[in-house]
Design a protein around this ligand. Structure first.
Ligand code: NAP
Length: 320
């Protein structure tokens, strides 16, 4: 089969499309023919060798994908051959024609959701769900700021929060991205490049501030976020690419909480519950992953450059 391989950590160009042996499904494993693989920012950190989790070299990148079950190993009962599925991680890497998975990593893909959309589910939607409801404890009727709403995780958060009855304010850095955020259900949309956007946010909430912030770029925003939280407000740090200075008094005066999270810390039983919630939302149309760009698998290096550029518009997916 064809797969993207990384022989050494480095720039996007280290990724090459190669012919490698097809994996086989052992007991408790599922082999999936990949129809689309999702590109996440974390794929680039892992490839660069700067991430806490380092795979053994050489490796095939990619965590998210969707496709059709090609074969199941002994003892697999949750999915069957020819079933449409989305993947929540793999054992062998998602940027490939075939991906080997543990049974628990494979989830049914509802008919109304395309393969490309299926490749945009796991990291973005599980992160958004975990951040919003478990870490942030968001309640219907509360006000939410999705700080960085135009990308994969932000769009997921906007849809989840809107369906759950929150008042949603989302930000984007371009007109196109902001239009998308509004289309996906945000009640108000702001420009995170405008220096006064958090003053505008305070005005929108009558000076009260927001109950929950899902923060995609904490190194830029955390200090300022604390000043626009309502009493008892929570900031969930989802993304950060550096350090930041905060004034702890901004948190003290508001009984505010700063909560970190990573998708890798979610316990297995909680993960299963999140997938059940996402499956329901995908089935009834409340959750509609947005694919901004499809590229051939061979263009993985270009996709890695693109995902780190400003001007997000939903997800980038690779098509084998
Ligand atoms: P993405 O699709 O590349 O989107 C990035 C988002 O950040 C876009 O909405 C972008 O907006 C926005 N952004 C850029 N500059 C910003 C600023 N100054 N203030 C606020 N937002 C800004 O990436 P993603 O999948 O949504 O992920 C977002 C971040 O969360 C990444 O850093 C990723 O690594 C991290 N993440 C962490 C976890 C976890 O487990 N903790 C899971 C998923 C993602 P424009 O491009 O429109 O400016």
């Amino acid at each position: 089969m064809k797969a993207i391989r990384v022989p050494e950590f480095g720039n996007p160009e280290v990724m090459k499309l190669e012919e490698i042996p097809e994996p086989k499904a052992g007991p408790g494993q599922v082999l999936v023919r990949v129809r689309a693989a999702g590109v996440n920012p974390v794929d680039t950190y892992i490839r660069a060798g700067t991430y806490a989790r380092k795979p053994e070299l050489p490796y095939t990148p990619g965590i998210d994908a969707a496709g059709v079950v090609e074969a199941v190993g002994a003892g697999v009962g949750r999915v069957a051959k020819d079933q449409r599925v989305y993947l929540a991680g793999t054992l062998s890497g998602a940027y490939a024609e075939l991906a080997l998975c543990a049974e628990a990593q494979v989830h049914p893909l509802p008919e109304r959701v395309s393969f490309a959309q299926g490749a945009a589910i796991f990291v973005p939607y599980v992160t958004a769900y975990r951040g919003l409801f478990h870490r942030g404890q968001a309640q219907p009727g509360e006000t939410l700021l999705v700080h960085g709403a135009s990308g994969g995780t932000g769009i997921a958060a906007v849809q989840l929060a809107r369906a759950a009855g929150l008042i949603v304010i989302g930000t984007g850095g371009t007109d196109k991205g902001r239009m998308l955020v509004a289309e996906q259900g945000a009640h108000h949309v702001l420009d995170h490049r405008a220096p006064d956007h958090l003053d505008q946010l305070l005005a929108l909430t009558g000076g009260r501030g927001v109950d929950v912030i899902l923060e995609m770029l904490a190194n830029e925003n955390l200090g300022k976020d604390l000043r626009v939280l309502a009493l008892g407000g929570r900031v969930v740090v989802i993304g950060s690419r550096g350090t930041v200075e905060i004034n702890p008094r901004d948190a003290m005066g508001r009984d505010a909480a700063i909560l970190g999270m990573t998708v890798w810390n979610i316990p297995e039983h909680t993960m299963a519950s999140i997938h059940a919630a996402l499956g329901a939302g995908l089935e009834n149309g409340a959750l509609r992953p947005v694919v901004g760009q499809e590229m051939p698998l061979a263009e993985a290096p270009r996709a890695h450059l693109k995902v780190m550029e400003p001007g997000a518009y939903g997800k980038i997916v690779l098509i084998p």
